[in-house]
Write a protein that binds this ligand. Structure first.
Ligand code: AMP
Ligand code: MN
Ligand code: MN
Length: 325
């Protein structure tokens, strides 16, 4: 077993040795996924390397101001005409998380897997997997520091954004002393912390508020008060005018009820599948639960997708959570 430092070193050597990289993150990318994608892109640009950034779907509007985020190819809209041999996957707990972008990896592609999920199964040729990191962006902070390049405000803002979003604004239990030290360093590079927090965590669009109201109207809680859940249907999305990224954070509402151990958001997708997000107050390991349903994540924040009827899935999942309590 290699140490974290050795893994970082291997990634560094790989990046220096090759050229023409593909950088991908997980489907329905969050703040950490986009930040990590552009941070790797920024590093490669400083190294004078050619690179392409890609995701299966759309980049959240709120992330579009990050450095070169507008160049992240949405492969569903602009399918690339070629494949890649050198692939860097960021914030992807398992290979399936890259979604359909894997169509553009060559058979013999060398994958660098950079991630912080404890459920990561080390699917890369090179794996920089560090579950102690609050965000993949934290690992990128360490990686970038191994190179002889000067930080600028663009990359500092990206890394700060990944840290901010994956720690829920420096509040969750993953907010380690190291996270605060890194944040402090990034602020000293000129990052505008309050502005980013206002924009990403405070400000809401009207559709976002409307879809929150609709979700809260579906609130259910078990008789012992320990499991609470809400759901969203495609009709809710239409009625509110909300987009996928507007659901970020809704799962915290059932979770934040006093006495609740696990909060769940069920999002019914257009194709009938259901995306399940789980948050734990600490007693229940939701990563293990999510893994038993084919997903993954962190001890206190995890998710998965199931095919089937919404009501069936809700009762099945709630039952499993109750058993885990
Ligand atoms: P979410 O509920 O989508 O905000 O995700 C919570 C955490 O679980 C994040 O760290 C995700 O990367 C992870 N996660 C969500 N869905 C999956 C999945 N299907 N497979 C593996 N990890 C997931
Ligand atoms: Mn993520
Ligand atoms: Mn992450």
């Amino acid at each position: 077993m290699q140490t974290y430092e050795q893994e970082l070193q291997q990634a560094k050597e790989f990046l220096l040795k090759h050229d023409d990289y593909l950088i991908v993150s997980h489907v329905q990318p969050d703040g950490d996924a986009v930040s990590s994608t552009v941070a790797v892109g920024w590093l490669l640009s400083r190294l004078g390397k050619k690179f392409t950034m890609m995701n299966e779907g759309v980049i959240p509007n709120r992330m579009k101001s990050l450095w070169h985020a507008e160049y992240i190819i949405n492969m569903s809209e602009q399918p690339p005409q070629r494949t890649f041999t050198n692939v860097i996957c960021v914030d992807c707990a398992d290979f399936e998380r890259v979604g359909r972008t894997k169509q553009y990896f060559t058979e013999d592609a060398a994958i660098v897997n950079i991630d912080h999920h404890p459920t990561n199964n080390r699917y890369g040729a090179i794996n920089v997997v560090y579950p102690e990191a609050a965000a993949t962006a934290e690992i990128l902070f360490d990686l970038l520091n191994l190179f002889d390049i000067e930080w600028d405000i663009d990359v500092a803002t990206a890394v700060y954004t990944g840290l901010l979003t994956d720690t829920g604004g420096f509040r969750y239990s993953n907010t380690s002393p190291k996270v605060m030290n890194i944040a402090s360093t990034l602020l000293s590079y000129g990052v505008n912390g309050p502005k980013i927090a206002e924009y990403l965590l405070e400000e809401m669009t009207l559709p976002q508020l409307k879809v929150l109201v609709q979700a809260l109207n579906t609130l259910h809680i078990t008789s012992d008060g320990k499991v609470a859940w809400v759901h969203i249907t495609p009709q809710h999305m239409i009625d509110s005018g909300a987009v996928s990224e507007d659901l970020e954070g809704i799962v915290n509402y059932p979770r934040n009820i006093q006495g609740v151990e696990v909060g769940i958001l069920f999002k019914q997708l257009n194709n009938g599948a259901v995306k399940v997000s789980m948050r734990s107050a600490g007693k229940v390991n939701v990563a293990a639960l999510a893994q038993s349903f084919g997903g993954g994540g962190h001890v206190r924040a995890a998710g998965f997708r199931l095919e089937g009827d919404l009501e069936d899935i809700m009762s099945k999942v709630v039952e499993q959570v109750r058993r885990a309590l």
